[in-house]
Design a protein around this ligand. Structure first.
Ligand code: OOB
Length: 483
C-alpha cells in the first residue's frame, strides 16, 4: 500500500543517513524490477541523496564509469540477478574506486551491508528537506550505444513535470494499474508517465522482471493491468505471442511503444492483437518527449512518433549546414525546453559537441515534421554506410527490409570492404521461410531501392542482440559479424 511504501521509505532513508549517506551524495542504484526498487528510490530521495539510475544489465565497465564521473559514495545492488552475482562485481569495483565507501545488498549480503538492515532503522521523519527544485534529483544514463553512457542530471521540478504532464496526456488516474515491464530505472517506465506518474495519481504499480509474453501476460491478467510501456522488439513479440499463449491481455487500455522506430505495419498489428489503445512515444533521457494522443486517428498512431508533450518544447529541424528545413523535409532534430537538459553531468567535451550555442540539444535523430506538427523519426544522423562513394542511410534500408513479409526484424550494418570502403550487410531474423540475397534484392528492386543501397551480404540470425533496455544493438551486431 502507499502507507507501507511511505513508512518503509522513511525507515530506509533514516538507515541510509545513519550509514553516513548525506544530502547531495550520489548513490548508484542498481536493483531489478520489484517493490524494493520503489522503496529504495524514494528512500534515497528522502535522504537527499542523488540516485544514479543504473540498469540491471550494466556491468563493472559501466558502473565503474558511473562511479568515476558521479563520485558516488555508495552502491545498492541485489545479491544475484539473472544468474549474475552483483556482489562479485562490487568487489572488483571497490578495488578501483576508493570513493565508493558502502556496498548495500538486497538479499544475501556477503561481506557488505544488508539492505534489510538499512530498512530496519527506526524511522525518523525529520522536517522534509527542502532541496532546491532546480537542483538534480537523479542522474539518468544516456541511451546511446556509442561509447560509455553519459550521466543526465534531471532536476526535481523538470522531472516532476515530466511525470505529471505525461500522466495527464495519457489520462492516467487512480483506477489505472501500470505495469513496469522495461527496466524501472529507464526514463520511459520510470517517468513517462511510468512508476512516478502512477504514484503521482495514486494508481497501482505492478513490476515484472521477465517481460516475456509468458510471464507478462499472466501478470496482466492477474492484476488487471491497464497501461504499460514497451520497446518495439518486445511488443512485436507480444503481438505474435497472442497466437499461441493461453492467456492474452484484455485489460490494456494504453500500450505505449517507444525507444526505437515502430514500423507502421507492426503498429497496426499491435492495435489488432493487443489493444486499440496503442500510443507511440519518441523520447530521450535528455528530456524531450513526443506522444501520439489517446483518440488520435489510427493513421497518426501507426505512422508518426507523436508530437511534443509541452507547448514550450522548442524544436529545430536542420540540414547539414545547420539551417532550418521546411516541414516534410528530413533533418536533424535539435531541442530546447522546460524539461530538456542544458548539459550532461561533468562532461565538458561531450557538452561542447552535444549542445549548440543557443543551448539546443543535438539529438542526432533524423526526423520529418508534418504540417500537423507530428514527427516521423527516420533514422540517426551518423547511422550511414559509406559504400563506394555513395552514402546509404541505414534507417531507410531497414524500413524496406521490414516491409518484407518473411522478415521479423532487420538491421543494416556497415562492414569493412577493401574495394568499397564499406559494404552493406542485412542482419535479418526471418519469421517465415528464409529468402536468399538474390530474392531479397529482387524484392528491394521492385520497391525502387537503388542498386548501390541494396545489401551485399545477407546474414540470417536467430535473434538480434539488444541493449540493456531492449533496443536492437547495432554496434553489438557489427562486432559479432566481424568476429
Ligand atoms: C528513450 O530514451 P533513451 O535515452 O534510451 O534513447 C533515446 C533515443 C532517441 O534519441 C532516439 O534515437 C531513440 O532513442 N528513440 C526512438 C524512439 N524513441 C526513442 N527512435 C525512433 N522512434 C521512437 N519512438 O528511448 C525513451 C525515453 C522516454 C520515452 C521513450 C523512450
Amino acid at each position: 500500500t502507499y502507507a507501507e511504501l511511505d513508512e518503509r521509505a522513511d525507515r530506509a532513508a533514516a538507515g541510509l543517513a545513519a550509514l553516513g549517506i548525506a544530502s547531495g551524495d550520489r548513490v548508484l542504484l542498481q536493483l531489478p524490477n520489484g517493490c524494493e526498487f520503489a522503496v529504495a528510490l524514494f528512500a534515497l530521495l528522502r535522504a537527499g541523496a542523488i540516485p544514479v539510475m543504473c540498469l540491471p544489465g550494466h556491468r563493472a565497465a559501466e558502473l565503474g564509469h558511473f562511479a568515476a564521473v558521479s563520485g558516488a559514495t555508495a552502491l545498492l545492488i541485489p545479491d544475484t540477478a539473472q544468474g549474475f552475482d552483483h556482489r562479485a562485481m562490487a568487489q572488483t569495483l571497490l578495488q578501483d574506486r576508493p570513493v565508493l565507501r558502502h556496498v548495500i545488498v538486497d538479499g544475501d549480503r556477503g561481506p557488505f551491508v544488508s539492505w534489510s538492515q538499512v530498512c530496519a532503522h527506526p524511522s525518523q521523519r525529520a522536517a522534509p528537506k527542502t532541496a532546491d527544485p532546480g537542483s538534480p534529483a537523479l542522474l539518468l544514463v544516456s541511451g546511446g550505444t556509442t561509447g560509455l553512457p553519459k550521466l543526465i542530471p534531471r532536476t526535481h521540478d523538470d522531472y516532476v513535470y515530466n511525470a505529471t504532464a505525461s500522466a495527464e496526456i495519457c489520462g492516467l488516474t487512480g483506477d489505472d494499474v501500470y505495469l513496469v515491464a522495461l527496466p524501472a530505472a529507464h526514463n520511459f517506465p520510470l517517468a513517462c508517465p511510468g512508476l512516478l506518474g502512477a504514484v503521482a495519481v495514486g494508481a497501482t504499480t505492478v513490476f515484472v522482471n521477465d517481460p516475456s509474453p509468458e510471464s507478462a501476460f499472466s501478470a496482466i491478467v492477474r492484476h488487471g493491468v491497464t497501461a504499460t510501456a514497451l520497446v518495439p522488439a518486445l511488443v512485436n513479440l507480444w503481438a505474435q505471442a497472442t497466437e499461441w499463449e493461453p492467456e492474452t491481455p484484455t485489460s490494456l487500455r494504453l500500450l505505449q511503444v517507444g525507444g526505437a522506430k515502430l514500423e507502421a505495419d507492426d503498429a497496426r498489428r499491435i492495435r489488432e492483437t493487443l489493444t486499440p489503445g496503442l500510443q507511440q512515444v519518441f523520447g530521450m533521457a535528455e528530456g524531450l518527449l513526443c506522444y501520439t494522443r489517446p483518440g488520435d486517428p489510427s493513421e497518426l498512431v501507426d505512422r508518426t512518433q507523436g508530437r511534443p508533450l509541452s507547448a514550450d518544447d522548442e524544436l529545430r529541424i536542420v540540414d547539414d549546414a545547420g539551417l532550418a528545413v521546411p516541414d516534410g523535409t528530413e533533418g536533424e532534430l535539435l531541442v530546447r525546453g522546460p524539461y530538456t537538459i542544458n548539459g550532461y553531468f561533468r562532461a565538458e567535451s561531450d557538452n561542447a559537441r552535444s549542445f549548440d550555442p543557443d543551448g539546443f540539444y543535438r539529438s542526432g535523430d533524423l526526423v520529418r515534421r508534418r504540417a500537423d506538427g507530428y514527427l516521423e523519426v527516420t533514422g540517426r544522423v551518423k547511422d550511414v554506410i559509406h559504400r563506394g562513394g555513395e552514402t546509404v542511410a541505414a534507417g531507410d534500408l531497414e524500413e524496406h527490409l521490414h516491409a518484407h513479409p518473411a522478415i521479423l526484424s532487420a538491421a543494416a550494418i556497415a562492414l569493412p570492404d577493401p574495394y568499397l570502403g564499406e559494404k552493406i550487410c542485412a542482419a535479418v531474423v526471418f519469421a517465415g521461410t528464409p529468402v536468399t540475397l538474390t530474392e531479397l534484392n529482387d524484392y528491394l528492386d521492385q520497391r525502387g531501392v537503388a542498386r548501390h543501397a541494396r545489401p551485399d551480404v545477407l546474414t540470417p540470425m536467430t535473434a538480434l542482440p539488444t541493449t540493456a533496455v531492449g533496443k536492437i544493438d547495432k554496434k553489438a551486431i557489427a562486432r559479432q559479424l566481424q568476429a
